[in-house]
Design a protein. Sequence first.
Length: 128
Amino acid sequence: MAREIVHTDKAPQAIGTYSQAVRCGDTVYLSGQIPLVPDTMELVDGDMEAQVRRVFDNLAAVAGAAGGSLADIAKLNIFLTDLGHFPLVNQVMAEYFHEPYPARAAVGVAALPKGAEVEMDAILVLGG
């Protein structure tokens, strides 16, 4: 099966040795997104809600470049430096996703790149 690298200028550029996403057939593996503003590559200004929204917007941009949308996410992984933000993530996620919701994991971590408080990655399944 051929691999296709997915890239968009509407999401932050990779800050390491990885691609924004890789498509293998109808499955797309989205790399982790932190709340970077694509134009500046700096963390979004604002509170935790602003960070969560920026991450969902970044994931949506990469999903769109792959030919899909957030609705095509089968599995979402959420990494938080403070699990106390979990209710806020649920609240914001309800604005971006509709039933049936993707499978999901939320994990507390000690630190994230660039001092971000949230990171998310996802697996999309297209055409279904």
